[in-house]
Design a binder for this molecule. Structure first.
Ligand code: C2E
Ligand code: MG
Ligand code: MG
Ligand code: MG
Length: 291
């Protein structure tokens, strides 16, 4: 195995490995400080109702603007944070930013739900439920406005299944969403035994829908089965009109993807919302509007 190095030459596998582990080690030690320095921020991607096109929630996605490496994508540092045992603080940080945003919307009489991704590792942290509850209380956000996105692998894990962590989270009023559905090894019938409210069809299926009948068939099957089990269905990775049309015809409840909006920083999302709703906020004391 060999890979081209940045200088254009070819480095040996071991050299590449060493460079990678060195960078990982460095990122690991920098993560904590990065949070304190404000290098770790979030963007929000709108999720819309497939039938009405109303915005129903936003997914919070973490970003790391590194002073030397530039933008580091979450797929490059979430796993690292898990491995070095810092996923708890990182999750708390993201949850904090998401709930603070949600609170500011509430202050404008806008009740918009926020979704936060939960790493598998988080579900085995004994104080998770307590931390989520405290965060909700600290920001004065009702649990009903929070969605936690879990991955398939994390809920089929025996220790999670046998513990009451999902039930306890549910008791806080929040909704649980099964992310990247179809890529793992859980089945919908397994989900039935858990307090899951919705599934998100993984974008690997959705991205192929406009060109592949096979992918469309998978999406249709997931939607039908999920609905039969009383679960809502979100499709992520909607990039074109044909896919949007197909999914809507199949009865998919919610859509997310670049066609509708890319993940946006706070100020851009504000503009996006404004352009769609045309209203900044309701009169003080007015009933919360469900967007
Ligand atoms: P995810 O939770 O499945 O999030 C959806 C990913 O798909 C996001 O990538 C989003 O930018 C991307 N996406 C959305 N619409 C489209 C589309 O139409 N086409 C394509 N090609 N991609 C689309 P992102 O932001 O790079 O995040 C990647 C993954 O990193 C997330 O996948 C999630 O598993 C993880 N992640 C992100 N933020 C957090 C976080 O705060 N905590 C944890 N534990 N994981 C996070
Ligand atoms: Mg997600
Ligand atoms: Mg996903
Ligand atoms: Mg994903």
């Amino acid at each position: 195995l060999a890979a081209a190095s940045e200088s254009g030459g070819v480095a040996s596998y071991h050299q590449v490995l060493d460079q990678q582990s060195l960078r990982r080690l460095q990122l690991g030690t920098e993560l904590e400080q990065a949070m304190a320095d404000g290098q770790i921020s979030v963007v929000f991607q709108p999720i819309i109702d497939a039938r009405t096109s109303d915005i129903v929630s936003v997914e919070t996605l973490v970003r790391w603007a590194h002073p030397r490496f530039g933008a580091i994508p979450p797929d490059d540092f979430i796993h690292l944070a898990e491995q070095i045992g810092r996923i708890g603080p990182l999750t708390d940080h993201v949850l904090d930013l998401a709930l603070a945003r949600c609170r500011r919307w509430l202050d404008q009489d806008i009740a918009l739900s926020v979704a936060v991704n939960l790493s598998a590792r988080c579900l085995s942290e004994p104080d998770l439920v307590e931390r989520v509850e405290q965060a909700l209380r600290r920001h004065g956000v009702p649990g009903e406005l929070l969605i936690l996105e879990l991955t398939e692998g994390s809920v089929v894990d025996d220790s999670v299944r046998s513990s009451s962590v999902l039930e306890d989270l549910h008791t806080l009023g929040l909704r649980l969403s099964m992310d990247d559905f179809g890529t793992g090894y859980s089945s919908l019938s397994q989900l039935r035994q858990l307090p899951i409210d919705e599934v998100k069809i993984d974008k690997s299926f959705v991205l192929g829908m406009s060109t592949s009948q096979g992918e469309s068939f998978i999406a249709r099957s997931i939607i039908e089965l999920a609905h039969n089990l009383g679960l809502r269905v979100v499709a992520e990775g909607v990039e074109d009109e044909l896919t949007r049309k197909l999914l809507t015809e199949m009865g998919c409840d919610k859509l997310q993807g670049f066609l509708l909006s890319r993940p946006l920083p706070d100020d851009k999302l504000e503009k996006w919302l404004l352009a769609r709703t045309g209203v900044r906020s309701a009169a003080p004391g007015a009933q919360h509007r469900r967007l």
